[in-house]
Write a protein that binds this ligand. Structure first.
Ligand code: ZN
Length: 393
C-alpha cells in the first residue's frame, strides 16, 4: 500500500474534461449497456455466459487495443474467467474486477426488457453489475479520448460470482499477484462505496436419529427433529450483533410422518461476520456441535463462502484517493459497510488495497426492477477514470 499514488496527485488531475466527454457520449455508453443487458448472462447457463463473454472480449479489445496477454480460464459448467493485461504508463498495475453473470434466469428479458424511463434505466442485471463493467470500459475510453494517461491494467471478468465464485476464486486470487490495487466495479449503496463487507458462511447440519412408532414405541426412538430444534436455539445464542455477527437457520427439513419419530433432520445455517476472529469463533462452535444423546449423530459440512472484509488501511487509503478525486468533480463520496460479500473479500484477504462498490449508482440488486440512475452513473464513470489515471502518475 506504500506504493499507492498520493492524494495530492489525485487532487491535481483535471477530470472535468473526462466528465464532459462522458456526458457528451452518454447515448453511446447506454447503447453498449443495452446490448449487454440484452445478452442475458444467467449464472446457470453456460451457453449464455459464453456468448456474453465473447461479446465482452470484443468490447475489451475494441476499447483497450491488443492485450499484452489474455487467458480465458475454463470454468467447466460455470462461467469462464477472463484475465487480460494491457500495457500502460508507469509501474503500478491496477486490477479492474467485474463479474458478468447475473441472478436472472434466461428468458427474464422477455417479460422485463431493457428500458430507459426518465432519469433511470432498467433491465435484468443492469445494476448488479452490468453497468459497472460498461462504465469501467467507458472510463478508459474517456481517458484516451481527452489525452489523460492510464497505467498498466489487468481486467478480470468472472462468470460465477453470484454462485459464490466457486470456479473463479483461484483465478481471482492469482490475479492479485503483481498488481498495486484493485477496483471492484460492483454497484454502490445509494451512491456510497463499500469499504467493509461481511464474511459469509453457509453450513449444512445433518442429524441422524432413530426412527420408531410414535404411539407404540415412543421410548425406542430418538428424534432427529428434537435435536435439530435444540441445535437451532444453540446457534441463535452464538449471535453477537454488537460484533456484527448474525446467524440464521433459514431452512429446516426432516421427518417422514406425524406418527414416526424422526430419523433424519437437516438445518441450513447462514452466518455473517465482520472479523476473522468472529469467523473462527463461529466455525469452532459449529464444528464442535455434539449430540445430546448417544444414538444421535451430527454431520456438519459447508464453510466460509467469502472471508470477512474489514476496513483495512489499504481500503481506507483507496477510499481516501477516491474521495479526493470525487471532491474535484464536485461530489462528496460516502462510504458504507455491506452485509453481503463479493470478490472484493478475496482480494482484501490477500491484503490488496481494494475499493468496492465504485460501479453503478441506482438500486435494487437481485430484485425485479433493479435500475441505475443515468446521470450519477455517468459521473461515476468520470470518478473511475480519475482513479485509473492517478495510478499512471
Ligand atoms: Zn454483483
Amino acid at each position: 500500500m506504500t506504493d499507492l499514488p498520493g492524494t495530492d496527485r489525485a487532487a491535481e488531475a483535471d477530470l472535468g474534461k473526462a466528465l464532459r466527454w462522458l456526458v457528451e457520449n452518454t447515448d453511446a455508453l447506454l447503447a453498449d449497456l443495452e446490448t449487454y443487458v440484452r445478452l442475458e448472462t444467467p449464472s446457470d447457463s453456460k451457453p449464455h455466459l459464453d456468448r456474453g463473454l465473447d461479446w465482452l472480449t470484443g468490447l475489451l479489445t475494441a476499447t483497450l487495443g491488443d492485450p499484452e496477454s489474455m487467458t480465458r480460464h475454463d470454468g467447466g459448467t460455470y462461467g469462464d474467467t477472463l484475465v487480460a493485461d494491457f500495457s500502460g504508463l508507469g509501474s503500478r498495475r491496477l486490477l479492474l474486477l467485474c463479474h458478468y453473470d447475473t441472478v436472472w434466469k434466461a428468458g427474464t428479458l422477455a417479460e422485463w426488457p431493457y428500458a430507459v424511463t426518465g432519469p433511470a434505466a432498467t433491465g435484468p442485471g443492469i445494476f448488479d453489475m452490468k453497468t459497472g463493467l460498461i462504465l469501467g470500459l467507458w472510463a478508459i475510453r474517456a481517458l484516451d479520448a481527452v489525452g489523460l494517461t492510464r497505467p498498466p491494467l489487468r481486467i478480470v471478468l468472472n462468470g460465477d460470482e453470484e454462485l459464490g465464485s466457486i470456479s473463479s476464486r483461484p483465478t481471482v486470487e492469482a490475479a492479485a499477484d503483481g498488481v498495486t490495487a484493485a477496483l471492484v466495479l460492483e454497484p454502490g449503496v445509494d451512491g456510497a462505496v463499500k469499504t467493509a463487507r461481511k464474511g459469509v458462511g453457509i453450513f449444512r447440519i445433518e442429524v441422524d436419529g432413530v426412527e420408531s412408532h410414535a404411539g407404540l414405541d415412543p421410548e425406542r426412538g430418538v428424534s432427529a427433529i428434537d435435536e435439530v430444534a435444540r441445535i437451532v436455539l444453540h446457534l441463535r445464542s452464538l449471535q453477537d450483533l454488537d460484533r456484527g455477527t448474525s446467524l440464521n437457520v433459514g431452512t429446516v427439513t426432516g421427518g417422514s410422518r406425524t406418527n414416526v419419530i424422526a430419523g433424519q433432520a437437516r438445518a441450513m445455517l447462514d452466518v455473517r461476520v465482520t472479523t476473522p476472529a468472529e469467523a473462527a469463533r463461529i466455525e469452532a462452535a459449529v464444528t464442535a456441535l455434539t449430540p445430546a444423546h448417544e444414538k444421535l449423530t451430527i454431520r456438519v459440512t459447508g464453510g466460509w463462502n467469502r472471508p470477512p472484509m474489514p476496513r483495512t488501511p489499504g481500503i481506507a487509503a483507496m477510499y481516501g484517493l477516491a474521495r479526493t478525486i470525487a471532491a474535484g468533480l464536485g461530489e462528496d463520496l460516502r462510504e458504507c459497510a455491506a452485509g453481503g460479500g463479493s470478490d472484493a473479500n478475496f482480494l482484501a484477504a490477500l491484503e490488496l488495497p481494494v475499493l468496492d462498490g465504485i460501479g453503478a449508482v441506482g438500486d435494487g440488486a437481485h430484485a425485479r426492477g433493479e435500475h441505475i440512475l443515468i446521470e450519477p452513473t455517468v459521473a461515476r464513470a468520470a470518478l473511475v477514470a480519475g482513479l485509473i489515471h492517478v495510478f499512471a502518475l
